[in-house]
Design a protein around this ligand. Structure first.
Ligand code: UGA
Length: 436
């Protein structure tokens, strides 16, 4: 099918390349010329495993092109809206400026009967509003909401093989037609029996935000248990293993530590709460405020722990920070817990020597004041304390002897990802969050 993808950030670039990989003819549109130039040259503008490969094969096939000119989408039958919905400055609500601008710019180019498909994460009620706009531009055009559940680091595999497909469509014949079009787009996934839920707009919008709210709640739940474990001498990782054996609970997303960050979970729970307030249902989502607070307290705790193991002050100390990305296999530092902790440690007068396998460039744009080095071994040179803040496999695999260059023998494991006994046996002071 002929498809356009409007917005070529994380979501859009991966979606455009994946749709071309599946055999569709795709044009990706973005207002950022530099991004478009990179993508057209098959260069991924961010680190995402597998993306350069599918960009190269899709570009070479002639089925994928990129442009800043919206008029080039005019012959597409389906237009995916994949622009960002960041947190508004100084507020919890989502900023819909980019969604509104994308749809408004698209309307004059809709061909008869075109389908506009929203993928961005939006507050419930947005799709119904946009459907009215689309209908006023072309009586035969329609809108569907098809939320995306991809995880960074697995974005290509999640897009090519989603664990479920959700279509929010209008009632009646227009909705049936929209679902039929989406079925053609996703026919490869559907042939593999991927679950497909066809529903109304509001449910589709809520599926997305409630999924992220649930995941955030699960992480904050285990981190609240970590706070209790710290006060009582219990071990939160064993607790997670033990409760995780109950299939009703499950072990995934029960990894305690520095908590969640990134471009989705933090802003999505805040926007959801804000939408709840607007709907007069603040009580229903008030718990998300607690989820957010527990999450942010873990960062405070990490800074406190660093200060404590250094005798009460960080001033003048040399602190090695291993990991800057909000999670492994990503160069994304949006709302990264590690970067936040590093910045606070630096603000207390320490020298931060930081490293990350992929995120040095993105981190240094926000924090040019840190010293950046290529490896954990280099970061540890002369360090009073070593902090492991993102659980990259390179850091999980570290041996105490690798960091023998450190001035102190103190390691703080912010992700409960190291073998505690091994570090202690080698004479290190090992501390982590939620474990004795
Ligand atoms: C999240 C969701 O997992 C995706 O399903 C969703 O599509 C995406 O947001 C989105 O809305 O676009 P992502 O932001 O890529 O995906 O990251 P996650 O894998 O969910 O991790 C989020 C944060 O939680 C990371 O900082 C990670 O370190 C932390 N985390 C995760 C934990 O602290 N403990 C865990 O057990 C799992």
């Amino acid at each position: 099918m002929k498809i356009s993808v409007i917005g070529c950030g994380y979501l859009g670039a991966v979606h455009a390349a994946s749709m071309a990989e599946l055999g569709h003819e795709v044009v990706g549109v973005d207002v950022d010329q530099a991004k478009i130039d990179a993508l057209a040259a098959a260069k991924a503008p961010f680190f995402e495993p597998g993306l350069p490969e599918i960009l190269a094969s899709a570009n070479a096939s002639g089925r994928l092109r990129f442009t800043t000119d919206m008029s080039e989408v005019a012959d597409a039958e389906v237009h995916f809206i994949a622009v960002g919905t960041p947190q508004k400055k100084g507020e919890y609500a989502a900023d819909l400026t980019y969604v509104d601008a994308a749809v408004t710019a698209l309307l004059p180019h809709l061909r008869d009967g075109a389908l506009v498909v929203g993928k961005s994460t939006v507050p419930v009620g947005t799709a119904a509003r946009l459907a009215d706009l689309v209908a006023t531009a072309d009586a035969d055009a329609s809108l569907a909401w098809n939320p995306e559940f991809l995880r960074e680091g697995f974005a290509v595999q999640d897009t090519l093989g989603p664990d479920r497909l959700v279509y929010g469509v209008a009632a009646g014949a227009a909705g049936e037609r929209a679902a039929g079009i989406l079925d053609r787009i996703y026919e490869v996934a559907l042939a593999k029996d991927t679950p497909r839920i066809v529903t109304d707009y509001a449910t589709a919008e809520l599926v997305k935000v409630s999924a992220n709210a649930f995941l955030a709640t699960k992480i904050s739940f285990i981190n609240a248990m970590a706070e209790i474990a710290e006060a009582t001498g219990a071990d939160v990782t064993q607790l997670a293993d033990a409760i995780g054996h109950d299939v009703r609970i499950g072990r995934r997303f029960l990894n305690s530590g520095l908590g969640f960050g990134g471009g989705c979970l933090p802003k999505d729970i805040r926007a959801f709460r804000a939408r709840g307030e607007e709907l007069g249902l603040g009580n229903s989502l008030a718990f998300l405020g607690e989820v957010d607070a527990i999450n942010l307290r873990r960062r405070d705790r990490m800074v406190d722990l660093a200060r404590e193991v250094l005798g009460g002050s960080l001033d003048g100390k040399r602190v090695a920070v291993l990991g800057l990305a909000f999670k492994p296999d990503s160069d994304d530092v949006r709302d990264s817990p590690s970067l936040d902790v590093a910045a606070r440690i630096r603000a207390e007068g320490a020298t931060v020597v930081a490293t990350d396998p992929e995120a040095i460039e993105t981190a240094s744009r926000q924090h040019p004041e840190f010293e950046y080095v290529a490896t954990a071994e280099e970061a540890a040179v002369g360090a009073d304390v070593v902090l492991v803040l993102t659980e990259w496999k390179q850091y999980r695999a570290l041996e105490p002897a690798d960091l023998a260059v450190a001035a102190g023998r103190i390691i703080l494991d912010g992700r409960n990802c190291l073998d505690r006994e091994k570090w202690r046996a080698a004479g290190w002071l090992y501390r982590s969050l939620g474990r004795p």
